[in-house]
Design a protein around this ligand. Structure first.
Ligand SMILES: Nc1ncnc2c1ncn2[C@@H]1O[C@H](COP(=O)(O)OP(=O)(O)OP(=O)(O)O)[C@@H](O)[C@H]1O
Ligand SMILES: [Mg+2]
Length: 356
């Protein structure tokens, strides 16, 4: 097993008696991107500031390449941690040119070569003698990346670094940034509250809530095996069907669902994402026959349908209890309001959670 580039263990930080970071463990391997993902206020930036050394944890340890950087006794100053920082409000020095910004703080014979190499990597060579105010937001971002990478940090901490950019530009800059970071072999810990950004950038996502890491794994695994209802709903709209367990089964208008290991009488939420509802036509008041894979169909009436470009969103009011379900269908599917259709729920795509 390789030594993690960054390893933090049991980090705790309280403000005014409240645990803002509550026993957090994280590891980032060399060349890997880990995204710390969670809603506003869950403690992401505080965690990053502790790793950077600008905030002190109450307890817990930080190791870089297996070497202790900080516990409650030892404390390396931020500039000795081999950690680069890129924050949303990155500020380039306004009175220095692009080249001087990137060279700032660098010493040594290979300085000019390093600066030229980085500017080429981020595609900013021809702007090297411009000042920051002459650059667009995206160009400034590229220079900030080059500057952060110039001292060859082992670890790059990024806190919502792309949130100041407009959507199209952001996608390009994200991908370019990833390429540059991977080519430098830097371990990256990226903070974001946007699931889309985390899915796009991360090798591993650590999902944070109320100061705790509630789940970690590859994007595919977190999306397809969420640990609870909140983890599922953080990544997309969800539909929730309620039920009660009897004999490890839950009866619903969509047929029975397995609820292995859940005690009798427990109320459960059956969660399904809109793209996993199956829609079928009405056959003079009847739906499709039940199947093992999709259970029983239930009838609903279209309330509205909207075309979103890649998908169409259709909202149904269900006959069985008047509740609403949302389906997303690839491409164009725009049934008229009032149309009766039948909905089935794919058993391999739903999650069953005990209700909290
Ligand atoms: N220096 C401080 N003193 C007191 N409370 C603080 C301090 N720094 C952060 N907090 C509180 O800790 C909690 C977590 O803050 P933090 O900035 O880590 O959240 P975040 O996950 O980065 O949120 P966002 O996505 O909005 O940036 C918040 O409730 C915040 O008010
Ligand atoms: Mg923050």
């Amino acid at each position: 097993m390789n030594t993690p580039r960054l390893e933090i263990r049991n980090i705790v930080k309280q403000f005014a008696g409240r645990r803002v970071v509550d026993d957090v463990d994280l590891t980032v391997m060399p060349g890997q991107v880990t995204c710390l993902l969670g809603p506003s206020g869950c403690g992401k930036s505080t965690t990053l500031r502790i790793i950077a050394g600008v905030e002190m944890q109450d307890s817990g340890t930080i190791h870089v390449d297996g070497e202790l950087v900080c516990d409650t006794v030892t404390r390396k100053p931020p500039e000795d941690r081999s950690i680069g920082l890129m924050f949303q409000d990155f500020a380039l020095f306004p009175h220095l040119t692009v080249r001087q910004n990137v060279a700032f703080g660098l010493a040594g014979r290979d300085r000019d070569q390093r600066v030229a190499g980085l500017l080429a990597k981020v595609g900013m060579s021809r702007y090297r003698d411009d000042y920051p105010h002459q650059l667009s937001g995206g160009e400034q971002q590229r220079v900030a990346l080059a500057r952060a990478l110039a001292p060859r940090p082992k670890i790059m901490l990024m806190d919502e670094p792309f949130s100041g950019l407009d959507d199209r530009l952001r996608d390009d800059i994200r991908d370019e940034t990833l390429d540059v970071l991977k080519s430098e072999g830097t371990a990256v810990l990226l903070v974001t509250h946007e699931p889309g950004e985390a899915m796009r950038m991360a090798d591993e996502i650590a999902l944070m809530r109320d100061g705790r890491i509630v789940q970690r794994g590859a994007p595919y695994n977190i999306y397809n095996a969420p640990t609870d209802l909140d983890a599922a709903s953080f990544f997309s709209d969800i539909n929730v069907i309620r039920g009660k367990v009897e004999g490890a089964l839950t009866d619903t208008p969509f047929g029975q669902f397995l609820a292995p290991g859940v005690a009798d009488g427990t109320e459960v939420d059956i969660v399904i994402r809109p793209q996993h509802l199956k829609i079928d036509f009405d056959r003079q008041g009847r739906g499709p026959n039940p199947t093992a894979q999709d259970g029983t169909a239930a009838r609903g009436v279209v309330q509205r349908a909207r075309f979103m470009g890649a998908v169409s969103l259709v909202e149904f009011r269900m006959d069985f209890d008047g509740s609403m379900l949302r389906a997303s269908v690839p491409s164009v599917f725009l049934p008229q309001a009032g149309t009766a259709l039948w909905i089935m729920i794919r058993r391999d795509r739903c999650f069953v959670f005990p209700r909290r």
